[in-house]
Design a protein around this ligand. Structure first.
Ligand SMILES: C[S@@+](CC[C@H](N)C(=O)[O-])C[C@H]1O[C@@H](n2cnc3c(N)ncnc32)[C@H](O)[C@@H]1O
Length: 299
């Protein structure tokens, strides 16, 4: 297992905490809605083997192929689906099951997506302005930039990036798009670097804009909301749900939905405050620094 783990480019975050809250037992059916290359899934499979079932979903076909290879060595049955996790009803129907004992979502993009320059997720690497997790989908980040008006772009950067310089950036993007066309990640990052003041912040000035475009291209918040409106109906009594989010917009949706389900007497919240990674993990894997884990149990 370790050999394979070392070769993977995405390091699963907060693995111990995920297992503590999910509490996988032999024979259980667990749904991993963001299976990625299978880092968390393989650990869960250790807990549910030999006769459990791992149902994995990912909207990135290439990553799903890697998961298939990786998980086939785990010694436990699994079924993988190329789908958006918001289509969970249909996936579970195809898997031939309605009730699950556990659910995991590890939100956002995978390091595999960030590290491949041709996917266009990273402002640090020259690549096309793509950012689609599902490459069979039509709209790319470039399409959005071409199509949106200055006002719409400003709103998008405000809403999904919480970007305080959204107006200035939107104006600069529209201007360059009209004059030269914006086709690459570095070109977009350079526009942002040019127009916003260099503060003392440690994060790169393009971080929020890239986050906002990625969320919009992949309809990330819509998928999460749709999923959260359905998933409790598929959770058996006592089933646990664990969700790891990476920014406040996602975390707010998870927190509010869990609270709503608790008020309805459907969930017991297991994490009054979100669980965050320890110092040792942050030092090993800087990408996990903004992770927040929330969990609830179906009652
Ligand atoms: C942070 S990675 C998950 C990594 C995984 N837990 C592991 O240990 O390898 C998130 C994954 O979720 C997928 N994803 C994001 N939003 C999705 C959605 N709405 N439906 C299905 N997959 C999604 C991405 O393509 C990506 O592979």
């Amino acid at each position: 297992m370790d050999d394979i783990t070392n070769n993977l480019l995405h390091e699963p975050v907060m693995v111990e905490e995920v297992l503590d809250y999910l509490c996988p037992h032999p024979g259980q059916i667990i749904l991993d809605g963001t299976v990625g290359n299978g880092g968390h899934a393989s650990k869960i499979m250790n807990g549910i083997s030999p006769n459990g079932l791992l149902i994995g979903i990912d909207k990135d076909e290439e990553i799903l192929q890697m998961a298939k290879q990786y998980l086939s060595k785990a010694g436990c049955p699994f079924k993988l689906y190329h789908a958006d996790y918001s289509n969970v009803d249909e996936v579970l129907r195809q898997a031939g099951t309605d009730g699950v004992h556990g659910v995991l979502l590890d939100l956002g993009a995978s390091s595999l997506q960030f590290n491949q320059s041709e996917r266009g997720f990273s402002f640090a690497k020259e690549g096309p302005l793509d950012m689609r997790m599902d490459r069979s989908q039509a709209d790319t980040a470039r399409d959005l930039i071409q199509r949106l008006s200055e006002k719409e772009l400003e709103e998008l950067l405000n809403t999904y990036g919480e970007e305080r310089w959204s107006r200035r950036i939107a104006r600069a993007i529209r201007k360059e798009e009209k004059e030269a066309g914006i086709t690459s990640t570095r070109q977009l990052a350079a526009i942002i670097e040019r127009v916003i003041p260099r503060g003392k912040s440690k994060i790169h000035p393009a971080t929020r804009v890239f986050q906002a475009l990625r969320i919009a291209v992949n309809k990330e918040l819509e998928s999460l909301e749709v999923f959260l409106n359905k998933i409790h109906k598929h959770m058996l009594i006592g089933a646990r749900i664990v969700i790891i989010s990476f920014h406040s917009l996602e975390d707010r949706i998870v927190k509010n939905t869990f609270a709503e389900r608790a008020n309805q007497g459907i969930f017991k919240i297991l994490t009054k405050k979100p669980i965050t990674p320890g110092e040792v993990e942050i030092q090993r894997n800087i990408r996990c620094r903004s992770a927040k884990l929330r969990s609830a149990e179906r009652i």
